[in-house]
Each structure stands twice: as C-alpha cells, then as structure tokens.
Design a protein around this ligand. Structure first.
Ligand code: PRX
Length: 641
C-alpha cells in the first residue's frame, strides 16, 4: 500500500514537511494502514486546544489489528516468543494460538464482570501472559495499566488508587539474576495500603513461590480460570478511536506518578506509520525488543506496533549477561531477528564484557539496532555499530508521546544520521526551542540551544491527557509559550538544533533523572529517604554514571540526637536508608552514594541548590553561586565526593 510515509526514495524530510503542511491529508492516508470497523467523521478535532482528538467517530480495535487481522495469512506463524533465561522456559505462540489465549483471557475477564472502560491492572513479569492480558483487555474495550513487575508496594498502591482497577492480574514471582522476587507479598501490601482495593485478583502460579497464598473471596487461580474458558471466543468490542486503550504511569516531578493515557485509533495509526518508516519490517519477520512490557517501549514495540505489522515479537526475561554476555546475540542468531530494540545502558553493560561473545554468534539476519530511553554516547554507538555491522538508530521519545519524536528513517529512502543526535523530527512533530527561567534560546555556530518543545496539536498516538486530570496535563506540559507567545508542549529536555535540522538531546530541565533508561523523580526518592526516622532533610540529584547514564546521589541531614557514632553505625544507617528506598520505590531507585551533611546547600529563597550539588558530584565547577545562602553546606558536598 502506498501512503505518504513510503514515498520511495523521496527521503523523510519531504514526508515530514507534508505531515505539517496538511496533517489531515497526511494522517488520513496513513490511517489506511490499519483496519477500521467504521470510518471516522473527522481526522483531527482541535476545537479545544491543546486537547486533540484524532479520528473521532471512527471505530477500531487494537486486538483485532494485532491478532485477528493476521489469522488469514499468518495463523500458523509465530506471533509471540517469550524467552526466559531465569526459568529456562521459552514459549512460542502462533497467531492462532495467541488468538486462542487472548480469547480465553478475555472470557475470564468478562466472567469477572470486566466491561468496556473498566481498568485492569497488570503486575506481571515479562512473560507471555503479559501481552496476552493486555490484548485481552483491549479486545473487550477494558483499559489496562501495566505496572512494572516487582515495583514496591507503596508505588503500586498509588497506581491502584489512581486508576481504581476492577481487577488485578499478577503472578507469584519474577526472577532477576537467579533471584526470585516474590510479587504476592508486595501486592498484598499494596492492596492493604490502597484506598480503592480491587475486588478480584487473578494469580498465575509459575511454581516459583510455593508459599503464595490466596486471599479467600478475592484471589483466584488464573490457570484454573483459563482452563475453564479454553476454546471461548469473545467478540471484538469496536471502540471509538478516542477510547483509552491503556494508562501507563511515569514519574513526575512531584511524588505522584502521572497516568499517561493512550487512545486507540491515533495510537494504532502512529505505530503502524513507524513500522513503515523507522522500523521497517515485513509481516512474518522477527523483531527482538529487550524492553520489559512494564515500560513504554515494551508497549509500543514489544506488543502493539510489532504485532499490528504482523511481525513476530520476541520478548526476554533475564539479564543481558546471564548465562553469559552472548545470550542476546544467540537469540538474534537462533530466531533470525531482523531488528532489535534495546537501551544504551544495556549496550554499555555488554561493552564491558568479552568482545568474543559478539563474534561467537551469527547475527547476519539483523538489519538495524534501535536504542532509546536515554542519551546514546558516541563511543558506545560506534562500538556496537562496528561489532554488529548494522546501522545503530538512536531514537528519542517519551512515555507521553508513545512513539519517537526524533529518529532515523531507514524505511523512507536514504538514512540520514548525525553521530550524537537521535536524528530528525518524526512526522507530525512541529518542533521548536524555547527559553526557560535559566535563560533564552541561544545561537552559536549555527546551532540553536534551548528547551525542546512541540507546537500543538500533538500528532496521533501522543497522550490526549493524564488519567482523569486534565488540569495537571495543562499545568505540567502546556504552560510554556514560544517566541510568538503561542502555547507549546514542553519536553523538559535541553536540546540543540543544527542548520540541517538534527536535534541533539542534552538532558532534562526538571527534577527527573534517568537511571539505566528508567525515569525517576528525585522528589519520589527524597520522600522515601525522608520516611526514615533519622532523616531531617535530604536532596537527591542524578550524577553522570559511565554505565547507567545517571546514578542516584543523595545528601542527607540527620536529625539532632540521631547521628551515627562510628563507622559501623554509619554503614548501618546507610543500609537502612537504602532499604527504605528499596521498599518504597524498588531497587532501581536505590542511591549509589549517600552523604551526611549538617545542612543542605540552599538559595536565599530556600530552594535546594541541586545544580551545585550535581556539578560538584560530577567534579565540575558549581557555577554561579550568588544566590547561595551559606557556602558551608556546599563545601561539605565538595569534601564528601
Ligand atoms: O530525557 C529524555 C530521555 O528519556 C526521557 C523519556 O523517558 P521515558 O518517558 O521513560 O520514555 C522512554 C521512551 C523511549 C526523555 O524526556 N530520552 C529518551 N530517549 C532518548 C532520551 N535522551 C536522549 N536520547 C534519546 N534517544
């Protein structure tokens, strides 16, 4: 099918230009890539800026597009392969088998009263039941919210309270590096803490935690239920293009996570557009996405985009270095994967291992390696590109957008790239730079620098709002104006733009840090540390880390009378503080370094001088300190690092 995104050699710049000149014509042509049950009334309803509705009136279904649609041609071809090097289990489901599993799961959901618009929370490891549950939800018009497996109980509780699920689907345990992480105690604790506990929990026993208990009247054995509904067929619920398909929580600058909402029609069209342009794969070809389904990349390219294109999605549970650092290349070889999507951190981890692992396997099936989620440094990019001998395609996006803002476009003519830059703007993104409180947009040697912003309306597939919080959506993302005084969406990322249009991302402008590609709010970590009875005050910043991109660096002021006496007591207190973060947020947020100060460096207006702490922790000059109240505190940071 010819759509504006497959111009045949015209190059992506022309595609991008047309997407902005006539968005309605552009996206209505792209919309032919998916199946519609009934046509839309309007391509884009932008009568209430910055809220936008794509394809209102049109009805479609994500599950139909991802599964049912492929039964005619690909029924006996693998749709989903999940590989666990933790349990040494591999599950392969053909499109027919995936259809059957999804239908059985949908029948179970229906039997427990789940209907269109109800929320279902999924708290599972990266195993086949995850995508099956997601697809079963959207099949019946229910809204899923996947929470990364093993997230700590209080984090899970805030998500339960925000989306108020009718039902939760979970498992006994996940595994990481050979260690069993029991989910059930975390889930029980989260439900105990929640103000809106669900009435029903469907539990999958993987045989990892024989002690898993079932709460009477609430917990149900998922396998028994699935067996009961084996062979069931559940009709597709055709939903309006604007119907929410899922909510995915992401860190904000305050302690409360933001419920990113995804629509149905716009999201399907945008993902299919990217499957032609950025990730050009054919139906039947395998796509290996190393991201967990608990994150946005896992949603877009571990499940929906890949399956809608009719490709085989390969998912993985385990570490990239276990049983050895060749495991991912072995997967590429064994399954003849044509594309792979991973993170810069994972590649940096592999770079530290014996390079012989890369030569041991035949990775010649691979056409492209995609990396996203955090800045990709040039040495890592060059290393993996020459080792695999395929182009590395950096792509920049956010949970909010659901698909890339910047990328390379091997599917649309010649691939244009610039080292260090994730590339050129994707279709529908009208990018600009804006100034912020630290200064205006600057220009040097043809490169403009500022905060990356998008002129609304946001293209299809981007979040239409935050879950039941239009006010926060507006206040958080749309309070900035461009040079002409027009409202823009701010990405909260510093960036430069060169004359050729390449954008380079320099880092966040807000208090969000990025550890191994995972977004963490420094406020959340500060709140967790402050919960420790000995803590009077604390400040958390992200500092450069060679492997993980950034690491958590904490400065803590201990209450008078609680000071640890001696090294052993100090070490015990540090352990206690780390444990506090582990139980509240999960090990991902655990500080690498905790330093005890007698006071935090603050400005005269009482703001913590994070910029200064961060500079010192990274061995840089702390810059302008004219607003600093008391230099002593900063000296203590200097002495500590
Ligand atoms: O700071 C940017 C960084 O990650 C943030 C978004 O994280 P998240 O919502 O988890 O979305 C991940 C989806 C890929 C961005 O605001 N970021 C993401 N990709 C890149 C990046 N920074 C630099 N280069 C990238 N390719």
């Amino acid at each position: 099918m010819t759509t504006p995104s497959s111009p045949g050699g015209e190059g992506y710049r022309a595609v991008h230009r047309r997407s902005l000149e006539d968005p309605a014509a552009f996206w209505s042509a792209e919309a032919r890539l998916i199946h519609w049950n009934s046509p839309w009334e309007q391509v884009c309803d932008y009568s209430n800026p910055p809220f936008v509705k794509w394809f209102p009136g049109g009805t479609t279904n994500l599950c139909f597009n991802a599964v049912d649609r492929h039964l005619a041609a690909w029924a006996d071809h693998p749709a989903l392969i999940t590989i666990s090097t933790e349990t040494n289990e591999t599950v392969t489901l053909t499109f027919r088998e995936l259809y059957q599993r999804v239908n059985a799961m949908a029948a179970v959901l229906r039997a427990h009263g789940v209907t269109k618009g109800d929320r279902v929370l999924i708290y599972l490891p990266n195993i086949a039941e995850g995508p099956v549950a997601m697809l079963a939800c959207v099949r019946i018009g229910a809204i899923h919210s996947v929470v990364f497996g093993g997230f700590a109980a209080p984090s899970l509780a805030t998500r339960i309270d925000d989306c108020q699920p009718k039902l939760i689907i979970s498992a006994d345990a996940g595994m990481r590096g050979g260690k069993i992480i029991s989910y059930k105690p975390l889930l029980d604790e989260a439900i105990r803490l929640a103000k809106f506990p669900p009435k029903c929990v469907l539990l999958l026993s993987r045989g990892l935690d024989p002690a898993m208990n079932y709460v009477r009247g609430r917990d149900i054995d998922l396998r028994v239920e699935l067996a009961r509904h084996d062979g069931a067929e559940v009709p597709i619920e055709w939903v309006d293009a604007t119907h929410p398909s899922y909510i995915l929580y992401t860190s904000g600058t305050t302690g409360t996570p933001k419920g990113i909402v995804r629509d149905t029609g716009g999201s399907a069209v945008a993902l299919m557009h990217t499957m032609q342009t950025i990730y050009p794969g054919k139906a039947g070809e395998p796509y290996f996405c190393t991201s967990d389904i608990g994150w946005q990349v896992g949603h877009s390219y571990g499940v929906y985009g890949t399956l809608m294109q009719g490709m085989t999605s390969i998912l993985y549970e385990g570490l990239p270095i276990r049983p050895d650092a060749g495991i991912w290349w072995k997967i590429v070889q064994d399954y003849r994967a044509v594309m792979m999507f991973s993170s810069p951190t994972a590649i940096r981890v592999l770079r530290r291992q014996d390079p012989a692992f890369l030569k041991k396997y035949d990775t010649s099936s691979l056409r492209y390696l995609y990396l996203a989620g955090e800045p990709l440094d040039v040495p890592t990019s060059e290393w993996i590109e020459s080792a695999l001998n395929v182009p590395v395609i950096d792509n920049y996006w956010q949970t909010e957008t659901g698909w890339p803002i910047l990328a390379g476009f091997p599917g649309s003519g010649k691939l244009e790239r610039k080292l260090g830059s994730p590339g050129l703007p994707c279709a529908g993104y009208d990018l600009t730079l804006i100034g912020d409180e630290s200064g205006p947009v600057t220009e040097e040697n043809g490169e403009r620098k500022g905060v990356l912003a998008i002129r609304p309306p946001l293209p299809p597939g981007c979040f239409p709002t935050l879950w039941q919080d239009d006010a926060r959506f507006l206040e958080t993302y749309f309070k900035e104006r461009d040079a002409n005084g027009k409202m823009v969406y701010t990405t909260f990322d510093w960036a430069t733009m060169d004359e050729a249009g390449f954008v380079t991302i320099l880092g966040r402008t807000d208090d969000i840090i990025n550890v191994a590609g995972h977004r963490l709010g420094t406020r959340e970590i500060e709140e967790a540390l402050s919960a420790h009875p000995a803590v009077a005050e604390c400040a958390v910043v992200g500092v450069k880390d060679e492997i993980k991109g950034q690491a958590v660096f904490a400065c803590v002021v201990i209450k008078a009378g609680e000071q640890p006496e001696g090294e052993a007591a100090k070490a015990a207190l540090i352990d206690g503080l780390k444990r506090e973060v582990d139980t509240r947020l999960g090990a991902i947020a655990r500080p690498n370094a905790i330093h005890f100060l007698t006071a935090l460096p603050k400005t005269r207006s009482g703001k913590i001088l994070r910029r200064g702490i961060r500079a010192l922790a990274e061995g840089r000059d702390p810059g302008d300190l004219s607003t600093l109240e008391d230099g002593g505190a900063l000296d203590q940071v200097r002495a500590a690092v």
